[in-house]
Ligand binder design. Structure first.
Ligand code: C2E
Ligand code: CA
Ligand code: CA
Length: 343
C-alpha cells in the first residue's frame, strides 16, 4: 500500500490498524469459520529509504519484526532492525558452514531414576563453537536452524553422533535426542533414523526421540506418521517441555507417547510453593499414571527439589543437581567409575 501524503499525524498507524482489523474478520468457507491474521510493516520516504527497493526492503524488515512479536500488529522500520538482520545473516552464513568445519559437538546430560538415582539415560544437547562468533547458545541458533531448515542436516548429524556414543554405554542406558518439527516433515525422516541405528549398531529400544507440541501445529499427520514409523522400529517418544505450549490434552491421544517431560518452570514454581505449579505437576503425574506413561521432571537444581519431585511421584529426574550437560568423555567416565566400584 502506498500512501502518497503521510503528513497527517498517525495516518500510517491508522491505516495499518484498519488493514489488520479488516483482514482479521472471520471468513466462512465450506461451513468452516476460518481466522486469518495480518501483520504490517511500514517504511517512510525519504527517512527510511530513497529508492523503491530500499523502502520495500526496510518495510519488509519491519514486517518480520511484527511477525516475530506474534503478529496482528504494525511495526515501523528502525535502523536497529537493519543491524539485527545483518547479524542474523552473518550467523546464518556461519551456521551453513558449521557442520563441514566441525564446529558442532554434543553434550550429554544425565537423566536419573527418581528413586534409585541411577542414570537411566542421557539427553544429547548440541553445542556450537563458531570460529567467527565464538560459543553460540542453542537457544539462539536452533531457532535460526529451524527457520532456514539447516536443522535437517544438523539434526541428522546429531542423531548419528548420539547413537554412536550411546553404543559405548551400558546396555540399559538410553539416549534422548531432540527432534524439531521441521525434521519430521521431511519425507525420509524414519529412513534417516533407520540409517543412524544401522550404521552405529544401536538397539532401537535405546533411542528416545524428544518432540514438543509444536509438531501438531502444522502437517500434524505427516509428523505423526513419521513418529509412528519410529515407534514401530522400537524407539520411544517423549513429549518435551510439557505445560509451556498449548498443552492440549488431545495431543496425548494422537500419539502414544512413552514419556512426558515436565518443564523446568513448573519445578522451579513448585519449589517456591506456587500453588498452580504444584497442581500442574500433580495433575500430569496422575494423568501419566493412568495412561501408563512415565514422567521426567526437568531442571531439578537442589536436593530439596529432588526430594519434592520424588514425593510427587515423577519417575525420572534431570537437572543440574544430578549433572550438567557434559562432554562425551565425562559421560563415559561415569560408567567406568561405577564399574570400578562394583568390581
Ligand atoms: P531442552 O530440550 O528443554 O533441553 C534442556 C535445556 O535445559 C538444556 O539447555 C539444558 O542445559 C538446560 N538444563 C538442564 N538442566 C537444567 C537445570 O537444572 N537448570 C537450568 N537452569 N537449566 C537446565 P540447552 O542445552 O541450552 O538447550 C536449549 C534447547 O535447545 C533445548 O531445550 C532444545 O530445545 C534445543 N536443542 C538442544 N540440542 C538440540 C538438538 O540437537 N536438536 C534440536 N532440534 N534442538 C536442540
Ligand atoms: Ca529436550
Ligand atoms: Ca525440555
Amino acid at each position: 500500500i502506498v500512501i502518497r501524503d503521510a503528513s497527517e499525524q498517525g495516518l500510517v498507524e491508522k491505516t495499518a490498524r484498519r488493514v489488520i482489523d479488516r483482514l482479521s474478520q472471520p471468513y466462512e468457507i465450506d461451513h468452516h469459520t476460518l481466522y486469518v491474521g495480518a501483520s504490517v510493516g511500514s517504511a517512510m520516504a525519504p527517512r527510511d529509504g530513497k529508492t523503491v527497493e530500499e523502502l520495500m526492503r526496510n518495510a519488509d524488515l519491519a514486517l518480520y519484526r511484527s511477525k516475530d512479536e506474534g503478529g496482528g500488529s504494525h511495526c515501523n522500520y528502525e535502523p536497529s532492525l537493519h543491524a539485527s538482520a545483518e547479524e542474523r545473516r552473518q550467523l546464518e552464513f556461519a551456521l551453513r558452514r558449521a557442520l563441514e568445519r566441525q564446529e558442532l559437538s554434543l553434550n550429554y546430560q544425565p537423566v536419573v531414576d527418581a528413586n534409585s538415582e541411577q542414570v537411566v539415560s542421557f539427553e544429547a544437547l548440541v553445542r556450537w563453537n563458531s570460529n567467527d562468533h565464538g560459543f553460540v547458545s542453542p537457544a539462539k541458533f536452533i531457532p535460526l536452524a529451524e527457520d532456514t531448515r539447516l536443522i535437517v542436516p544438523i539434526g541428522e548429524w546429531v542423531l548419528e553422533q548420539a547413537c554412536r556414543e550411546a553404543v559405548q554405554w551400558p546396555a540399559n542406558v538410553k539416549v534422548n535426542v531432540n527432534v524439531s518439527a521441521e525434521q519430521l516433515v521431511e519425507p525420509d525422516f524414519a529412513k534417516m533414523v533407520v540409517r543412524a541405528l544401522a550404521v552405529t549398531g544401536l538397539e532401537p529400544a535405546r533411542l528416545e526421540l524428544e518432540v514438543t507440541e509444536s509438531i501438531f501445529l502444522r502437517d500434524a499427520d505427516v509428523a505423526r506418521g513419521a513418529l509412528e514409523q519410529c515407534m514401530a522400529l522400537g524407539c520411544s517418544i517423549a513429549l518435551d517441555d510439557f505445560g509451556t505450549g498449548y498443552s492440549s490434552l488431545g495431543y496425548l491421544r494422537k500419539l502414544r507417547f512413552n514419556t512426558i517431560k515436565v518443564d523446568r518452570s513448573f519445578v522451579q514454581g513448585a519449589s517456591g510453593n506456587d500453588p498452580e505449579s504444584l497442581a500442574i505437576i500433580r495433575a500430569v503425574v496422575a494423568m501419566a499414571q493412568s495412561l501408563d506413561l512415565t514422567t521426567t521432571a526437568e531442571g531439578v537444581e537442589t536436593e530439596e527439589q529432588a526430594a519434592m519431585i520424588r514425593a510427587m511421584g515423577c519417575n525420572k529426574i534431570q537437572g543440574y543437581y544430578f549433572g550438567r550437560p557434559m562432554a562425551a568423555a565425562d559421560a563415559r567416565a561415569i560408567f567406568a567409575r561405577a564399574e570400578r566400584l562394583a568390581s
